[in-house]
Structure formats: structure tokens, C-alpha cells
Design a protein around this ligand. Structure first.
Ligand SMILES: O=C(CO)COP(=O)(O)O
Length: 253
């Protein structure tokens, strides 16, 4: 059977970095991509404060804008929270949910992540649902079991290849400069693919991103692993030149 053609997604997660002046990096990235396009969809997820001005700068270009979290309800008395509908209203097209930093900092459970992903779908946003194991879980040989459990509870039943992206981010690789062996990435992404293909009609076409210390120097290796359909990038997405270097993995030589 022929393999489905999947358009890769390379997404930058700015986390809690970025002031108005840093929108210059988004503008620069857009210019670099226009000059030398990549065979991938490109996305920046800045802090909520920058979503609206960033969409204004990037309108009509090759870089989309997303958010880093949303509330599971559409509106209500939830001081400080932002709904998926509000993010869509600002021009966001994607929202990251269940990042390990939110699972840790805000005690988010997989069930809450699933509710957020559903809210994203209802607001016509694509949910980037994050999963990943800690180092002690990997060392104990539990990595696949942990990730399968997160997938079972975090990915809502209505997920499709167009409204959902999975990001596998081993927690011990985030911000550490350490990356898993490509063969370990291959095993985990195959495990995720099998789960998606079993559960969803077009699960074989859902994008599965790798995240954790992706940079220009390792992107070619990581992006060539089977079932890796792009990257979720933290630190190396903050500077246009660094992020553009990662996109070289999706440019012809
Ligand atoms: O958490 C990440 C992206 O969501 C990865 O962060 P780093 O690329 O900085 O390791």
C-alpha cells in the first residue's frame, strides 16, 4: 500500500518569551521563507499577548500563528483564562494543549487536555496535543506505556488528520540539548502511529511531530526518521535564523 503524503509541520513554541520588539524575528522569518520556501507548513506560537500583532505582520504569508494553551470552555467567570474561540477570533489557527510544562506547572491531567482539544476543535482550531515521558519513566522501560496512556486520555474521539496534530516531546530532551537516539524516536513514533491508525479513520495521515532540543544541526537526522512529520521547537524558534536553519531539513539541497 502506498504511504499517504503528509505535509510536515514545523512549529515554534516561544513559551514565555517575546516582547513587541521580538515581532521583528517573525517578520525576518517570513522574509527568509519567501526567499527560500520549505516543503513544510510553518507555524509560530507566541505568548497570547503577541498573537494579534503577529497575525497582522504575517497576514497572507507563509507563516501561520498559533497559541500555547486554551481554556476548555467558550466563555465564563474564569479570571485570567482565554478560550479557544477568543484565540480563533485573534487569527490563531492552532493551539498547543497538554505541553509537559503545563501538565507540570498547572497540574493538567490528560482528561483536561482532552477537554481543551475538544474546545479547540469546536472553535475550528487545530489542536497540537503533546505527550512524552520523563527520564525515570524511560529508564524504567515505561516510555511507550506512558505515552499510549496519555494518547488514550488526551486525544478526543472526534480527532481528524486536519484538526489534530500529536507532538511527542520526551520531557528529558526539552531544553537540555539531549536528544533520543533516532532509533528510539522511530519506535515511539511507530507506536503513536499504530494507536492513531487503530483509533481513527485517517489516523495514518495525522501528523506526529518530534520536540525536544531540535536545532539546525540535528533537524536533518530527526526529520528523516519514519513517522516524524515535523517538529515542535522551543529555544531554536526564537531567532529567525536558527528556526530557518531547521527548515533546511525540508528544502532540497
Ligand atoms: O518544549 C519544546 C517545544 O514545545 C521543546 O523545547 P526546546 O526546543 O527548547 O528543547
Amino acid at each position: 500500500m502506498a504511504l499517504p503524503i503528509i505535509t510536515p509541520l514545523v512549529a515554534g513554541n516561544w513559551k514565555m518569551h517575546g516582547l513587541l520588539k521580538d515581532l521583528e524575528e517573525a517578520r525576518h522569518l517570513q522574509a527568509l521563507l519567501t526567499e527560500n520556501p520549505a516543503q513544510a507548513e510553518v507555524l509560530l506560537c507566541p505568548p497570547a499577548t503577541l498573537i494579534h500583532p503577529m497575525t497582522a505582520i504575517l497576514r497572507g504569508g507563509l507563516v501561520s500563528v498559533g497559541a500555547q494553551d486554551c481554556h476548555s470552555l467558550e466563555k465564563g467567570a474564569h479570571t485570567g483564562d482565554i478560550s479557544a474561540k477568543m484565540l480563533a477570533d485573534l487569527g490563531a489557527r492552532y493551539v498547543i494543549v497538554g505541553h509537559s510544562e503545563r501538565r507540570e506547572d498547572h497540574n493538567e491531567t490528560s482528561e483536561q487536555v482532552r477537554e481543551k482539544a475538544l474546545a479547540a476543535h469546536n472553535a475550528t482550531l487545530c489542536a497540537i496535543i503533546c505527550v512524552g515521558e520523563t527520564l525515570s519513566q524511560r529508564d524504567a522501560g515505561w516510555a511507550e506505556k506512558i505515552v499510549l496512556d496519555q494518547l488514550a486520555h488526551s486525544v478526543p474521539d472526534g480527532a481528524t488528520a486536519s484538526n489534530t496534530v500529536i507532538a511527542y516531546e520526551p520531557i528529558w530532551a526539552i531544553g537540555t540539548g539531549r536528544i533520543p537516539k533516532p532509533e528510539d524516536v522511530a519506535v515511539m513514533h511507530q507506536t503513536i502511529r499504530d494507536h492513531l491508525a487503530d483509533r481513527f479513520a485517517l489516523g495514518d495521515q495525522m501528523r506526529i511531530l518530534y520536540g525536544g532540543s531540535v536545532k539546525a544541526s540535528n533537524a536533518h537526522i530527526l526529520m528523516a526518521v519514519p513517522n516524524v512529520n515535523g517538529a515542535l521547537v522551543g529555544g531554536s524558534s526564537l531567532k529567525a535564523l536558527d528556526f530557518n536553519g531547521i527548515l533546511d531539513a525540508y528544502r532540497s539541497k
